[in-house]
Design a binder for this molecule. Structure first.
Ligand code: PHE
Length: 481
């Protein structure tokens, strides 16, 4: 099969890491007829594509072992959890037969919770006020002829008409005021007969609104990689991993295999590793694709030279934490009328996610926090049980007692403390183009692959894109040889 017929021997490739980059590499190479073997340090495939379910166990660096006690069917996508429509990840879902469902990345009824304000605000309220006040100010500026250099007489009229709709402001020269309105939402919704509805109040003044600094919560939903519609695999993100592993063949993956040394030789590569039983072994192949995090590769012995070594040391891993909380009751739906989406907060929780599936069922897993950097480091230092207790105490400020009282169990992942991964994703410092470019080319017979070698860091689409490019480079070279 594949491209190696008529007596040509298919090259052997050793792939380091069974994360999404490594799995894509092995999958695509196998299609073309290559002989692949994957060495994976962890006892499971997927890397950061990791779905925590009942019985999932993990021992963190410098910490104890956590065991998930979620009930049947409940899970946390601890790593990737959302896929945008343009992402190549969806093409693999289609090709691999992984069913998908909508992921609610935006919800006007979810909250923006600022500790100084106290009561949570609905996202729609914060947005309505932004549109309203910005429109009011702009209409006034136009009306006072402050923008005559920028606008023709026609533009002026059209802009004022636009702002009337966009901001729901007054539409007369003597009254451009924003006074709130239905877009802000209701405390008591409009209804039958004389029930006109009671709007959320009070409307903050422009000055109060600006002081809250909520603008940053409104930009997310228009980001290229975050705008709705978004998707998730039905049943957990690791359905993608499962499908890849089934196609690649479980027997081609050696788990518990920790790479110790990579040697590039004139006629092939040698990878020395410790297997699951602690035995030293050597894997020989024609090529190697190292699909490991750069900071892990940087402490693996190799003969690829000092330029490669200093390049591998350049990207900086980022601390990231994600907490799954299973509840006995879907109180966010019943009590708050929030069905999926994300609450943003200035509490150290940062993002709180409501599940996008299982609506109206008995239980559900909430993402109790998804945070980065200092917040992730602070929580990561605590024992998992304390992380949960602290997160629940903070969540109570947003949602009230149910956030604590209805809790069944939790599983708190500190990515920077997960062995063999040690970070949520990486950041390239300024002026690291040379290092980036160097690692995007093979070092002899050794290729690198991963989201960290793309302009799509922290996405499976990056890992897949990098793997596909690496496979193309490698294939062009071996069919030429
Ligand atoms: N893809 C991850 C997420 O959606 C991490 C990420 C966040 C990457 C923002 C880029 C930008 O949360």
């Amino acid at each position: 099969a594949g491209d190696f017929t008529g007596g040509r021997k298919a090259p052997r490739v050793v792939v380091l890491g069974a994360g999404i980059a490594g799995l894509t590499t092995a999958y695509e190479l196998a299609k073309a007829g290559y002989q692949c073997r994957i060495l994976e340090a962890k006892p499971r495939p997927g890397g950061r594509n990791w779905t925590v379910r009942s019985g999932t166990e993990e021992r963190e660096l410098g910490g104890g072992t956590q065991r998930a006690e979620f009930s049947a069917g409940q899970y946390l996508n601890a790593g990737p959890a959302r896929i945008a429509q343009h992402m190549v990840t969806l093409d693999y879902c289609r090709e691999l037969g992984v069913p998908i469902e909508p992921f609610a990345n935006q919800n006007g009824d979810a909250y923006v919770h600022l500790d100084q304000v106290g009561a949570p605000l609905r996202h729609r309220t914060v947005k309505a006020d932004a549109h309203g006040y910005v429109s009011e100010l702009l209409a006034k500026a136009v009306d006072r002829d402050a923008l005559d250099k920028e606008l023709t007489a026609e533009d002026r009229e059209r802009l004022l008409a636009f702002l009337g709709d966009f901001g729901a402001i007054g539409k007369r020269a003597d009254d451009w005021a924003y006074r709130g309105g239905p877009r802000r939402g209701y405390r008591v919704p409009p209804g039958a007969a004389g029930v006109t509805g009671e709007p959320y109040g009070p409307l903050p003044s422009l000055s109060e609104y600006l002081a809250r600094g909520t603008g940053r919560y409104l930009s997310f939903e228009v980001d290229y990689d975050q705008a709705m519609m978004m998707f998730q695999p039905v049943g957990g993100m690791d359905r993608i991993v499962r499908a890849f592993v089934d196609r690649v063949g479980e027997r081609r993956i050696s788990y518990g295999s920790v790479v110790r040394e990579i040697r590039d030789r004139a006629a092939g590569v040698e990878v020395r590793y410790t297997d699951a039983r602690g035995r030293e072994r050597v894997e020989r192949a024609d090529f190697c694709v190292a699909a490991l995090p750069p900071h892990v590769l940087a402490r693996t012995a190799h003969n690829l030279g000092s330029a490669v070594q200093s390049a591998l040391r350049t990207p900086a891993p980022l601390a990231v934490g994600k907490l799954g909380l299973e509840y006995r009751r879907r109180w966010w739906e019943e009590d708050h009328r929030i069905y999926g989406g994300i609450t943003e907060t200035d509490l150290p929780l940062t993002h709180v996610w409501y599940p996008s599936h299982g609506f109206h069922s008995e239980r559900g897993v909430l993402v109790g926090y998804y945070h980065y950097r200092q917040d992730a480091l602070d929580f990561g230092k605590l024992a998992p049980r304390e992380r949960i207790a602290r997160a629940v105490a903070l969540g109570e400020r947003i949602h009230g007692p149910a956030h604590r009282e209805e809790l069944a169990s939790g599983f708190a992942v500190a990515w920077h403390r997960i062995p063999h991964i040690e970070g949520g994703w990486i950041e390239w410092p300024e002026n690291s183009v040379a290092a980036y470019d160097l690692l995007n080319e093979p070092a002899g017979r050794v290729y690198f692959a991963g989201d960290w070698l793309t302009h799509y860091i922290g996405w499976q689409a990056g890992a897949i894109g990098s793997a596909r490019r690496t496979v193309s480079l490698l294939h062009e070279r071996s069919v030429r040889a």
